[in-house]
Design a protein around this ligand. Structure first.
Ligand SMILES: [Zn+2]
Length: 270
C-alpha cells in the first residue's frame, strides 16, 4: 500500500514537472503560475499597505529604484521579444518597483514582478550598478519561477499537491501559509532567505546578464558581494551571510560567469 502511494506520488510529481523556458531546466511546478502571481499581487499590496513606502517624488533613492527596475525590465522585454514562449509569459507580468523604509539589508521580487528594495540595502550597494545587480538577481528568481518550485517541493513533501492547487486558486489560509513559507514576505525572503544553491546560481547568472543588458557594469556585482562580506565585520555574521552560500564561493562563481555577462554589456549612453 505504501509502495503504491509512493508510486502515485512520484507520478503526480512527474506530471508537475515542466521545462523552464528561460533556464531550460526541468523543475517541479505543481501550481499554475497565474494563480501564484495573483496571490503574489494580493500579498504585495498588503505588504505595501503595512510598510513605509518611500514616495518617488522628492526621493532620489526611490527614483533610482524605479529607474533600475524599469531599465532591467525594458532590457528583459526586448531581449526575449523574439522568443514567443517567454515573451508571452512576460506579458502577464505587472511590474512594480518600490523602496521601503527599513533597516533590513534586503530586496526581493515576487512572482509576476513585484519588487521591493529596503533602504537598509542602499549603504551597501552604494551605486546604481550594484543595486541593478541585486534587483537583477531577484528578478531572475521570479522569471526562473523559483517561488513556484520551492512551493511545489514543500507541497510535495506534504503529499497534498492536488488539494493545495485548488487552495492556491482560492487563496485559502492553508495556501497562504504555503506561500508565506516558500516566499515568506517580510524579513524572510529575498537576500535574507535565499533559495537553494542551484537556484541561487541561476539567479546570479541571469541577474548578471540582465544588469549588463540594462547598461550596468556587471562587475559591480563582485564589489557588491565583497562589501556584503565586509559588512559582517568578521565577527558574528549577520543573517544575510549565515544563510547565503559562502561569499568567497559566490564571488568565485560570479567571476566565472563574468565573461558571458560582459558580452551583453553596453554601457548606458553608448
Ligand atoms: Zn537569491
Amino acid at each position: 500500500m505504501k509502495r503504491i502511494l509512493v508510486a502515485a506520488t512520484v507520478i503526480a510529481l512527474m506530471a508537475g514537472c515542466s521545462r523552464n523556458a528561460i533556464t531550460g531546466r526541468n523543475q517541479l511546478s505543481l501550481f499554475n503560475e497565474s494563480d501564484i502571481q495573483s496571490m503574489a499581487a494580493t500579498e504585495y499590496a498588503q505588504f505595501l499597505s503595512q510598510n513605509k513606502v518611500v514616495a518617488t517624488s522628492g526621493s532620489k533613492d526611490a527614483e533610482m529604484v524605479r529607474r533600475v527596475g524599469q531599465r532591467l525590465t525594458n532590457a528583459i522585454n526586448s531581449f526575449y521579444a523574439n522568443q514567443p514562449e517567454i515573451a508571452q509569459e512576460l506579458q502577464q507580468y505587472k511590474w512594480e518597483y518600490n523602496l521601503v523604509d527599513s533597516k533590513e539589508v534586503n530586496a526581493w521580487c515576487m512572482p509576476g514582478g513585484k519588487i521591493v528594495v529596503y533602504t537598509g540595502l542602499l549603504p551597501i550597494t552604494q551605486n546604481e550598478a550594484a543595486l541593478a545587480a541585486v534587483v537583477g538577481h531577484e528578478i531572475a528568481h521570479a522569471l526562473a519561477k523559483h517561488g513556484n518550485e520551492r512551493m511545489s517541493q514543500q507541497a510535495g513533501q506534504q503529499l497534498a499537491g492536488q488539494a493545495l492547487q485548488v487552495a492556491i486558486a482560492n487563496k485559502t489560509p492553508a495556501a497562504q501559509n504555503l506561500f508565506m513559507g516558500a516566499f515568506g514576505i517580510g524579513s524572510q525572503v529575498g537576500l535574507l532567505l535565499p533559495f537553494s544553491r542551484k537556484q541561487e546560481l541561476e539567479a546570479d547568472r541571469y541577474g548578471l546578464i540582465y544588469s549588463a543588458m540594462a547598461g550596468y557594469n556587471p562587475q559591480e556585482a563582485i564589489a557588491l558581494w565583497e562589501r556584503m562580506a565586509q559588512a559582517s565585520g568578521g565577527q558574528k555574521p549577520p543573517e544575510i551571510l549565515s544563510t547565503h552560500p559562502a561569499e568567497a564561493t559566490r564571488i568565485q562563481k560570479l567571476q566565472e560567469m563574468m565573461p558571458e555577462a560582459l558580452k551583453y554589456y553596453k554601457p548606458i549612453g553608448k
